[in-house]
Design a protein around this ligand. Structure first.
Ligand code: AVI
Length: 327
């Protein structure tokens, strides 16, 4: 009987901890606690980010939209002058709503090209492959689902043409500034001589305007940060009580670093599988950096990453720039 009972027991399967768990545990076990902002974007986080982009204080989206609406023809003409014929690759394409303005402009100029959107979200890639050719007749779309550098490499084997790589929306700001040149160099290593990179940078400006963008009155950015604690609860079975954490963004006009923290409002313990994480009252979790740059910083970054700076397309207030570099 005993043997049979043992035989009938399901085998104990030890689940190897996933990368999300490993990263969260590492960050919350550090002396200065931190979480990686790339984990903001689960389905709820994606939705909250869409809401942030509609917040009146979050000027970044409107600025880049203005650049694309007003200067797409200029951007496309500059690309044609540099490359004559090229394909377009986009890192972190999302729903491509802003980029479609530039894509349309390039089509209207009679260029036959393929758009390779790269995104970590497979459903987003499926959506783009389905909807974009309907919105922009004549556009060829070949989606690449995965990590930026790996997929950029894959795009090289899919085209012999020059590539214009787009990295829009100030996503570079979420890379710590001391790592930005290395990250951009990794992109350049996947390009051929003459290929183009267009990167969106949020520019240094009135500190109050910047801080308000990360501390909107409706509290959506606060929810965006707290959602990562909720995600850890949902996916890793932790027991964060989000009412015991406060959103605390800061902007340092000296360095251009805008950082977000969650502050524990009381001494507390949070359980994450076998681990017990202790928070002192007022202890911080560093959540995200959104680095702001000057035009001179950006030219310096281009040189450090091995690019030649071609042109800087700014909005009318000089709050945002899409910087065009050549490999
Ligand atoms: C995606 N990224 C450019 C945004 C930013 O401005 O740093 C993410 C964000 N975080 C809070 N609000 C928006």
């Amino acid at each position: 009987m005993k043997t049979l009972a043992l035989l009938q027991q399901p085998p104990v399967i030890r689940k190897t901890p996933g990368q999300f768990y490993t990263d969260v545990l590492k960050g919350l076990s550090a002396d200065n606690k931190y979480l990686d902002s790339k984990y903001f974007y689960d389905a709820a986080g994606d939705k909250l980010f869409q809401d942030i982009m509609r917040c009146p204080e979050y000027y970044l989206t409107g600025c880049e939209l203005e650049i694309l609406e007003q200067q797409s023809r200029d951007i496309a003409l500059t690309l044609c002058a540099l490359c004559s014929t090229f394909d377009v690759v986009e890192l972190g394409a999302g729903d491509a709503s802003k980029t479609s303005i530039l894509l349309k402009q390039i089509l209207d100029m009679g260029l036959d090209y393929t758009y390779f959107p790269i995104d970590i979200s497979g459903s987003m890639i499926g959506y783009l492959e389905k909807t974009l050719p309907r919105q922009l007749p004549g556009l060829k779309v070949h989606g690449l689902n995965g990590e930026y550098i790996e997929m950029l490499k894959a795009s090289a084997s899919l085209t012999a043409k020059k590539r214009a790589v787009l990295f829009m929306g100030a996503s570079i700001g979420n890379v710590p500034p001391q790592e930005a040149a290395v990250f951009l160099k990794k992109i350049r290593e996947q390009l051929r001589p003459g290929d183009i990179l267009i990167t969106g940078f949020d520019l240094k400006k009135d500190p109050a305007t910047i801080l308000a963008a990360y501390n909107d009155a409706a509290g959506i950015t606060r929810e965006f940060n707290l959602n990562l604690l909720r995600r850890i609860n949902r996916e890793l079975g932790a027991n964060f009580d989000t009412t015991k954490f406060e959103h605390y963004p800061i902007y340092d006009p000296g360095t251009g670093s805008c950082k977000s923290y969650l502050i524990s409002t009381q001494e507390q313990e949070v359980h994450l599988e076998d681990a017990c994480i202790h928070f002192a009252k007022d202890e911080a979790i560093y959540m995200e950096i959104s680095q702001k740059y000057s035009l001179a910083d950006i030219d310096r970054l281009a040189r450090e990453a091995g690019f030649r700076s071609v042109r800087q397309f700014t909005d009318r207030r000089d709050w945002f720039v899409d910087a065009m570099w050549q490999s």
